[in-house]
Design a protein around this ligand. Structure first.
Ligand code: PLP
Length: 436
């Protein structure tokens, strides 16, 4: 029952984000989803699959929540949109800003709203640079980030992204963006010394790198980074776009490390994808300086900064995360997920390192786990394709590695985790049989 008309229209008119255009042209879409409920998605042919990635690491409260549809409907009927430029405001944006301040760590108490993660990171870079202009140190322009990082696709966010293929895509980055090895804080210190601390505006890091292959920050790394940033007077930005709102088993990723950054970028889980929303939280100290030093207009703002419908959806989403203890569930189910990964590791020669923090996890695929040798061509895409046929959607990371990545909705239960692991087990048995 494949809908031929939709397949053809898709191929003819729809340029898919982060897609292989050639493959898309040859095959058309692999799924045309029409419905979602909890951890499940159903496509136009009636096939049901587990959404092992919360779509794009974002549908934290799961699919098909009537409450969110209702709140959006109510807000749209009352006031779908009005701008927040200048002195104009609206209640959902005010209430959400206040709610975020109350759940964010430390003194991260003031929010600038955007429509997504890339805009949030670009906002952080621009306002970090603006901050130094106001402070009379306009030479502090450089932004440092980590080599395996992913920060989005706006020009600043792409330039900060450490994964090289994203930058090679345009064969350019904006000047004043630098990347350091992210496995030790010493690399950051060396880069600061080499570039000159007085030229550096900010350092940005994810607590757990998602698109880079689910790399959990090394023990003590974020605490060291905080110290180094303080020592050299550099702003510390944390990109919580994936890790925020319960994903790692704490409300924010930095909660694991007891660190408070100067700016914290968020998106995705703030609204679980039910509306497009993101933002940057600023520490009281930075906000106070901005208030004191700003003279003219803050020349930065998106049409949709503080979108009332998106903000009311986010408020309800956070209410659900708290009411249903989804942060705690992510922690407990994350332990089950890791147990399952370890089972796969002990039963399959192609499973190398496995890792998870809450409900974000990765499985490294190797040719032989005893030697750690990799396949010449990454095998994870084939595994993901075979898992999808068996009813589980996951993603792969193949830049300099061969990793399956996971981020199921935070509502997942033990039986559903076991089902995911069973599907992976069956998939690996089948693929290994073909290979060896
Ligand atoms: N930062 C991180 C850590 C991300 O994973 C992403 C997207 O996956 C982004 C930023 C970009 O967010 P968006 O795609 O909403 O622009």
């Amino acid at each position: 029952k494949v809908d031929k008309e939709l397949m053809e229209l898709d191929k003819k008119h729809f340029i898919h984000p982060t897609s292989s255009i050639a493959q898309q042209q040859a095959n058309g879409p692999s799924f045309i989803f029409t419905e979602g409920k909890g951890i499940y998605l159903t496509d136009i042919t009636g096939k049901q699959v587990i959404d092992g990635m919360s779509s794009l690491w974002n549908v934290n409260i799961g699919h098909g929540r009537e409450e969110l549809a209702q709140v959006a409907q109510e807000q749209m009927s009352k006031l779908a949109f009005s701008s927040c430029f200048g002195t104009i405001s609206n209640e959902p944006a005010i209430r959400l800003a206040s709610k975020l301040a109350s759940i964010a760590p430390g003194d991260l108490n003031a929010v600038f709203f955007t429509s997504g993660g890339s805009e949030s990171n670009d906002t952080a870079f621009k306002l970090a640079r603006h901050y130094w202009v106001l402070k009379g140190q306009p030479n502090r322009q450089k932004i440092i980030s980590r080599t395996q990082s992913y920060h989005g696709v706006a020009m600043g966010a792409t330039s900060a992204t450490g994964l090289k293929p994203f930058r090679d895509f345009t064969n350019s980055i904006i000047p004043d963006f630098y990347h350091v090895d992210g496995t030790s804080s010493e690399a950051l210190r060396e880069a600061i010394e080499q570039e000159g601390p007085e030229t550096i505006a900010a350092f940005i890091t994810e607590p757990v790198q998602g698109a880079g292959g689910v790399n959990i920050a090394p023990e003590g790394y974020l605490q060291e980074v905080r110290k180094i940033c303080d020592e050299y007077g550099i702003l510390m930005i944390v990109d919580e776009v994936i890790t925020g709102f319960g994903r790692t088993g704490t409300m924010f990723g930095v909660n694991h490390y007891g660190v408070v950054p100067d700016m914290m970028c968020f998106a995705k889980g703030v609204s679980s994808g039910y509306a497009q929303l993101g933002g940057v939280l600023f520490s009281e100290k930075i906000f106070d300086d901005l208030k004191e030093l700003s003279k003219g207009t803050l020349l930065h703002g998106y049409t949709y900064s503080g979108h009332p419908t998106a903000c009311s959806v986010a408020l309800k989403n956070i209410e659900i995360i708290e009411r249903e203890n989804l942060v705690e569930n992510a922690k407990l189910m994350g332990e089950e997920l890791l147990k399952g990964f370890k089972y796969l590791q002990s039963n399959h020669r192609i499973v190398g390192d496995v890792r998870a923090l809450g409900l974000i996890g990765g499985i490294e695929i190797v040719k032989d786990k005893l030697t750690g040798e990799s396949f010449e061509t990454p095998l994870s895409p084939k595994l993901a394709e075979e898992a999808a046929k068996r009813g589980l959607i996951i993603r792969t990371v193949t830049f300099d590695q061969d990793t399956l990545v996971f981020a199921p909705p935070l509502v997942i239960n033990k039986a559903e985790i076991e089902r995911m692991i069973d599907i992976l087990d069956e998939t690996m048995i089948a693929v290994e049989r073909e290979l060896f």
